[in-house]
Design a protein around this ligand. Structure first.
Ligand code: HPA
Length: 273
């Protein structure tokens, strides 16, 4: 369920396992993007399995652990692997990691994902700065009794992705020569990929990319007042009039090949966040 007591228990357990941890920023690494963790300095690895009751990813492509350490000299906590609605988890389970990282003191969140490109101008292998999102899951991590210590009953969503973080990411991407598209990310419950008609519908609704994560976690992060930077790795083109079969292997291979640019971008923005 992951109510406030459960989250506090995980925070206390992490503090006991890693007393020196004082993360300033939180990171969630999506499908195929876990290698950024290798660049962390003095990383302490805490498997989700060592936190009783913490939801664990059931997908092979997601390692399940927190990493505490520093990246570009900034103290960070990193979620290597996350769980999703399609695994049967509740929205509160899906957001447990973000809640815990905030509980440990992280003020900002960099959240990444693998997504299909709906905007015909975008290519597989591109990175996209998330400027806004559409929650097409029909679910919310805020359903049920509100925890006032976390945030308000009706949190504002007029600017879920921090404007300064967006400007910083665009500037650093330009300096590094990394192509960074901008767009709206739409989250479906999955796990099935989209039909041509669904793809057309999501594009008409204003989405530039589609995936199965991120949005619920961003709602939880904003509820707790965290500033958010969202980055998508576009792993495949998802165009209604020339649908190509997308396999998990292709998606992971594409995410892996964009991981290097994404890692360089994240390391460049962190010190200025
Ligand atoms: N659709 C949904 N989720 C995805 C896709 C897609 O095309 N690519 C990567 N994650």
């Amino acid at each position: 369920m992951q109510n406030p007591q459960d989250v506090q228990r995980h925070v206390d357990a992490l503090r006991e396992l890693c007393p020196q941890a004082a993360p300033r920023m939180a990171l969630v690494l999506g499908t195929g993007l876990g290698t950024l963790a290798d660049a962390m300095e003095d990383a302490v690895r805490i498997p989700y399995a060592s936190l009783p009751g913490f939801p664990r990813s059931t997908t092979d492509s997601h390692a399940g652990c927190f990493l505490l350490g520093s990246l570009s000299g900034v103290p960070v906590i990193c979620q290597q692997g996350r769980c999703h609605l399609y695994e049967g988890y509740s929205p509160r389970d899906v957001c447990a990691g973000v809640r815990v990282m905030r509980g440990l003191g992280a003020a900002g969140l960099i959240i990444t994902n693998a997504a299909g490109a709906l905007n015909p101008r975008f290519d597989a292998g591109d990175l996209m700065l998330v400027t806004d999102h559409i929650n097409a899951t029909g679910r919310s991590p805020l359903t049920g009794r509100n925890c006032e210590a976390w945030g308000p009953r009706f949190p504002d969503m007029s600017a879920p992705y921090d404007a300064d973080f967006q400007r910083l990411a665009l500037r650093k991407a330009a300096e590094l020569g990394i192509r960074l598209e901008r767009g709206v990310y739409l989250c479906t419950p999955g796990p099935q990929l989209e039909t041509p008609a669904e793809t057309r519908f999501y594009r008409a609704a204003g989405a530039d990319a589609v995936g199965m994560s991120t949005v619920l976690e961003v709602i939880a992060a904003r509820h707790m007042g965290m500033r958010v930077l969202g980055l998508s790795c576009l792993t495949n083109k998802n165009l209604p009039d020339c649908m190509a079969e997308a396999t998990l292997e292709d998606i992971i291979a594409s995410a892996n090949s964009a991981a290097d640019a994404l890692g360089r971008l994240i390391r460049a923005v962190l010190p200025d966040m």
